[in-house]
Design a protein around this ligand. Structure first.
Ligand SMILES: O=C(O)CCC(=O)C(=O)O
Ligand SMILES: [Fe+2]
Length: 440
């Protein structure tokens, strides 16, 4: 089993941890199905999330039994249906009128176990926490960036996360870029990801930097439009920053071939802060980006009542993940059954996720756990009573199977998402108020 490397955990040694985890795969709040799916996706990158979920249900949640079943020779591996290829998607716009969505509400489109495919920007913004701009760059700009990234791609490595004493690999490769060499140095020696330093941080390339400015302008316009047209009373969300969005770091992902993917996750907020916005530029092969709303857990139940939405991401499209995304939804890039090769990228899809790291969330300021490691910032996503509250926790504490120090404090932020140590902090307002709660 290549994807499953057994290794003892060593913490805080830059040489010891060659990889990076920037995703929250599992938490304390009842999301074990996602975690199991992430493990299964890593072990069986050729199987779609749908198929893995079916197996998981059939084997009463036992990862071991699913793996055994899937590893057995000559089985029919599609208990329900085969995964969709992007080429077979149909646009919602041809079936339903979607423009009558009232501001401040996201119309529930999907039923449990179903996937709705969206192409049109107006469908995407009406039914998901994202907006999309097709043909974002001039064709020659997109090609220049794509060519630059294709040269970089062989240096990318697989993302990893810890499971007990094992390191599980994500079935695609990636690299982390920041905008200056000083920042890269600081990232390598001061920032902690999943309990470890990350040795491979590099400087943003010239084309990425040029495009970053265009992404900044477009994302700020999209945020403004989102707030005006979709948020209750046209107001930004609680904890959302009221400063302009300015990217200074990016994770660049490469999916080489139809089978490469990333499982359902939310991005880590530790350095982005609450209600983070991410600008995600896709180049090369078109793939399917799936999003799924996290359903609050009531009375111990964790059954999802909604299905997933697949957003078609063609070459040169900019997807904006808005402020409600990371706290309330999960996202994934599903394996495809077939892909259409791109004239420049061949079978590869390159994806740049532009992010805004907040200086005030540098680990020198954030709470430290009893192991003396800067804590990780998480948001309660499922448990109904505390849903929407933020907490600082020991990194090991949220890595299943790791013995952390069990450090936990509720995180305080003001209306604009500033922590108490930041200038201008105007008082704690950490009450759960996730968007859409009232709408049920
Ligand atoms: O490839 C994509 O579009 C999404 C990548 C992603 O989720 C991430 O970098 O966190
Ligand atoms: Fe992500």
């Amino acid at each position: 089993m290549e994807a499953f490397i057994s290794r003892k955990r060593r913490r805080l040694s830059p040489e010891a941890q060659p990889r990076l985890t920037k995703r929250l795969v599992e938490g304390e709040d009842g999301e074990s199905t996602d975690f199991k799916l992430a493990i299964l996706a890593s072990l069986h990158p050729d199987k779609s999330q749908d198929v893995l979920l079916d197996y998981l249900l059939a084997y009463h949640g036992s990862v071991e039994q699913v793996t055994e079943a899937l590893s057995a020779p000559a089985r029919d591996d599609s208990p329900r249906k085969r995964p969709c290829a992007t080429g077979y998607q149909s646009s919602l716009a041809s079936f339903a009128k979607t423009r009558d969505v009232k501001p401040g509400t996201t119309k529930v489109l999907t039923k449990k176990g179903k996937t709705v495919h969206l192409y049109a920007p107006e469908d995407v913004e009406a039914h998901t926490p994202c907006s999309i701009i097709h043909n974002f760059l001039r064709p020659e700009e997109a090609d220049a960036l794509l060519k630059e990234l294709l040269v970089e791609a062989p240096t990318f490595r697989k993302d990893t996360f810890q499971l007990f004493d094992k390191t599980v690999e994500s079935p695609h490769t990636m690299r982390f870029y920041v905008d200056s060499s000083d920042e890269a140095q600081m990232q390598k020696t001061e920032y902690i990801y999943n309990g470890s330093y990350v040795p491979d941080v590099t400087q943003t390339t010239p084309e990425m930097l040029k495009v970053s400015e265009l992404v900044r302008e477009a994302v700020n316009k999209e945020i403004e439009r989102r707030v005006r047209d979709f948020y209750p009373e046209g107001k930004k969300l609680q904890f959302q920053s009221s400063e302009g969005w300015k990217p200074n770091a990016s994770f660049v992902n490469c999916y080489d071939g139809a089978k490469e993917s990333v499982g359902y996750h939310s991005d880590q907020l530790t350095y982005l802060g609450p209600r983070a916005v991410i600008g995600s530029l896709s180049l090369g092969v078109a793939r399917e980006f799936r999003v799924r709303k996290i359903v609050p857990q009531v009375d111990g139940s964790s059954a999802d009542t909604q299905g997933q939405i697949a957003i078609h991401l063609p070459h040169n499209s900019l997807l904006v993940m808005h402020a409600e995304m990371q706290e309330e939804w999960k996202h994934a890039v599903a394996p495809a059954q077939t892909i259409e090769p791109h004239p420049v990228a061949g079978n590869k899809r390159l994806n740049v996720t532009y992010r805004c790291y907040k200086a005030y969330l540098h680990p020198k300021y954030t709470p430290r756990c009893k192991c003396n490691i800067p804590a990780v910032l998480r948001c309660v996503q499922k448990r109904a009573a505390t849903r929407g509250r933020y907490m600082w926790m020991c990194h090991s504490g949220y890595t299943p199977g790791q013995k952390g120090c069990s450090y936990f404090v509720w995180a305080e932020f003001d209306e604009d998402g500033r922590p108490p140590w930041e200038q201008g902090y105007s008082g704690n307002c950490n009450v759960p108020s996730l968007q859409g709660d009232k709408a049920g």
